[in-house]
Design a protein around this ligand. Structure first.
Ligand SMILES: *Cc1c(COP(=O)(O)O)cnc(C)c1O
Length: 385
């Protein structure tokens, strides 16, 4: 089975992990800081805080943004569960903004209208999680303008977009988002097995994120609210978590970062090749968001159902039967039983729902060969002609 995504781990990655395993620090050691600094530098951010996964990163980013009970978090329905659950962890209400029918990202003009209405009812969001779906940023310029006007914090969920750029600068640079979150899960662009990171340019947010990652405690006298008792002393000044990453994971992430440019170059090549090979099939190809250069975590197509004899499900199952591990990103979040129980229903976000009846994620990862890709295209041609 050709999977839809998979990691590329080489001997250098293995050696880097083994080296840390033989060192004094398996966790809370110097490799974590090296990983953070390397990612921050690469993305032109002032600070980076590494944690155990992107879900934890989203959670502490929301806490650092001051999100709590009675507040509102908005995000796209076309994302992974974690982009919305982070709001629920904080006791906030979650709502969604429907997607752009072309880029499949949160639609900034739908957002503008919804903000206008929310202002009148006093239900403006405190946090917007702007997901860079498939690896390309939303209309971040417009979103940042709206954030200024309506006073909410933008967290870019760039779990798909490590190595992407927007407006000529790396995603994570903080020009259009207060905080940016990366995931290093094995299906994503680079991996640390499990791992996540929050990038920011604001020192007060960075300090808070570091504290929240480790129980809300500090050893820094500057941060303490009472005098130190002595050299053994640490102080818990708020409620935090154990969301730490290990040095083993950081070593893997750091070694993978060396290959980021090579990975992205191959993903772009594969995307261009798909675009060319699929151009004459009855499918809609991904559209580029102006100013965004995608990292191509996913390559998603939409079936033009009226031009195809088989149903969406039959094409999907046909591809799986042909050994192609296609996937579907995403089931609209508001249709999950957990969110339905909170009051959402079918029809709430029609663009995301229509997208869901047509979308298929084709295999996309650096080790996918041209021959494998040709096989995917050939099978899709067979099933849709
Ligand atoms: C993968 C993913 C996450 C969660 O990442 P983990 O590191 O697995 O916690 C969050 N948001 C999006 C959009 C993702 O794709």
């Amino acid at each position: 089975m050709i999977p839809y995504g998979r990691q590329s781990v080489d001997q250098a990655d293995i050696d880097a992990v083994v080296e840390v395993l033989q060192s004094d620090w398996l966790t809370q050691g110097p490799t974590i800081e090296r990983f953070e600094q390397a990612v921050a530098e690469r993305c032109q951010a002032d600070f980076a805080v590494a944690v155990c996964n992107a879900t934890a990163a989203l959670h502490i980013a929301c806490v650092a943004a001051g999100l709590g009970p009675g507040d509102h978090l908005w995000t796209t329905p076309n994302t992974f569960l974690a982009s919305a659950n982070c709001g629920r962890y904080c006791g906030a209400d979650v709502d969604f903004v429907d997607i752009d029918p072309l880029t499949w990202n949160l639609d900034a003009e739908v957002l503008a209208d919804k903000l206008d209405r929310a202002e009148q009812t006093g239900t403006l969001p405190k946090v917007l999680v702007a997901v860079a779906f498939s690896g390309q940023s939303c209309d971040m310029r417009r979103i940042a303008e709206l954030a200024e006007r309506y006073n909410f914090t933008v967290i870019e969920d760039a779990s798909h977009a490590v190595g992407a750029s927007y407006a000529g600068r790396p995603v994570g640079c903080g020009e259009f988002a207060a905080m940016t979150v990366f995931s290093f899960h094995p299906v994503k662009i680079i991996t640390s097995a499990e791992g996540g990171m929050v990038l920011t340019n604001r020192p007060e947010l960075a300090e808070r994120l570091q504290r929240l990652r480790s129980h809300g405690m500090t050893r820094d006298p500057q941060q303490m609210t009472e005098p130190s008792h002595g050299p053994w002393y640490y102080q818990q000044i708020e409620l935090g978590f154990n969301y730490r990453i290990t040095d083993l994971q950081a070593a893997l992430g750091l070694s993978q970062l060396d290959k980021l440019d090579v990975f992205i170059a191959r993903r772009r090549e594969l995307a261009a090749r798909y675009n060319r090979l699929l151009a004459y099939l009855p499918v809609t190809l991904p559209s580029a968001q102006p100013e965004a250069e995608s990292a191509w975590h996913l390559y998603v197509i939409r079936l033009q159902s009226e031009r195809i004899g088989l149903s969406h499900r039959q094409v999907f199952e046909g591809l799986r039967a042909a050994g192609i591990g296609v996937n579907l990103h995403y089931i609209p979040l508001h249709l999950q039983p957990y969110y339905r129980d909170l009051g959402f229903a079918e029809g709430d976000f029609p663009e995301a729902e229509r997208y869901y009846t047509e979308a298929i994620s084709l295999p996309m990862f650096p080790l996918l060969s041209d021959a494998q890709q040709d096989h995917v295209v050939e099978q899709l041609r067979r099933l849709t002609e």
